[in-house]
Design a protein around this ligand. Structure first.
Ligand code: SAM
Length: 236
């Protein structure tokens, strides 16, 4: 599994000009809560959504109860495959905008408890700024919604590129009975937690246990570099 990242063991900790929660966080989150995100969908994401939605609807018809797990920003899809293996009755959908990452053949590098292939998952190339809105409109019954190691955008001026500062935040957090985020930048998750609090959602921030196996190549890279990884999980 560790071969997936060339730079393994050589990852620098996040450096930011921010020392605490962004001073404009509340203002930005409230702006997005008050104004519906109406940007037209990109054609490629709409097509990709329509194709995977057919598979999801067929799965929902054939299974009762039916569980969908969403793995957003899945990169090469390692976590998607692990989650599929751990949840054999669920359908796991991994989404990433990078075709280059999705096309990497990680299966042969993975040791899924020695049990080989899993097939209860789909990888989709799509932009989550659109995909989230489409999932919300279609009301997929998502049990768990993972966002593992999102791009941190550590510069203060890039707050709105972070998921909690994005226009799609209201739809994003409406997906899944539980959201689970991981990052090597604790402040990213503290900000996400503060943004969740604005809409009355509670969450817990914990260390990712180093002895547990890495869910993703980025997690493996950070752990090999001695960096602490963090997990934010929503709680009811
Ligand atoms: C730091 S990587 C983490 C990948 C993977 N979760 C891991 O831990 O190995 C962040 C991923 O988010 C994806 N991403 C960023 N913005 C996105 C968007 N708007 N829609 C879909 N994917 C996005 C990138 O393509 C990239 O693969």
């Amino acid at each position: 599994m560790n071969n997936i990242n060339i730079a393994i063991g050589d990852s620098k900790a996040i450096i930011s000009n921010q020392t605490g929660i962004h001073e404009k966080l509340t203002q930005v989150v409230n702006k997005h809560l008050e104004h519906e995100f109406k940007k037209p969908y990109q054609q490629h994401t709409e097509q990709a959504f329509n194709a995977v939605n057919k598979k999801v609807q067929a799965f929902l018809l054939a299974n009762s109860p039916a569980e969908i797990i969403l793995d957003a920003c899945c990169g090469v899809g390692q976590s998607t495959r692990i989650l599929a293996q751990q949840n054999p009755h669920a359908l796991v959908i991994g989404v990433d905008k990078s075709a280059h990452r999705l096309d990497r053949n990680v299966e042969e590098l993975m040791h899924l408890n020695g049990s080989g292939q899993v097939n209860n998952f789909h990888l989709v190339r799509a932009d989550l700024n659109d995909f989230y809105r489409l999932v919300k409109a279609e009301n997929w019954p998502v049990s768990k919604h993972y966002v593992l190691y999102p791009n941190p955008w550590p510069k203060s001026k890039h707050l709105q590129r972070r998921w909690h500062g994005s226009a799609v935040f209201p739809q994003m957090i409406a997906i899944g009975e539980q959201m689970i985020l991981r990052s090597n930048w604790r402040l990213y998750l503290q900000e996400f937690q503060s943004a969740l609090k604005i809409v009355g959602i509670s969450s817990e921030l914990n260390k990712v246990n180093k002895s547990s196996y890495a869910l993703t190549p980025f997690e493996a890279k950070y752990q090999a570099s001695g960096q602490q990884c963090w997990q934010l999980s929503t709680v009811k």
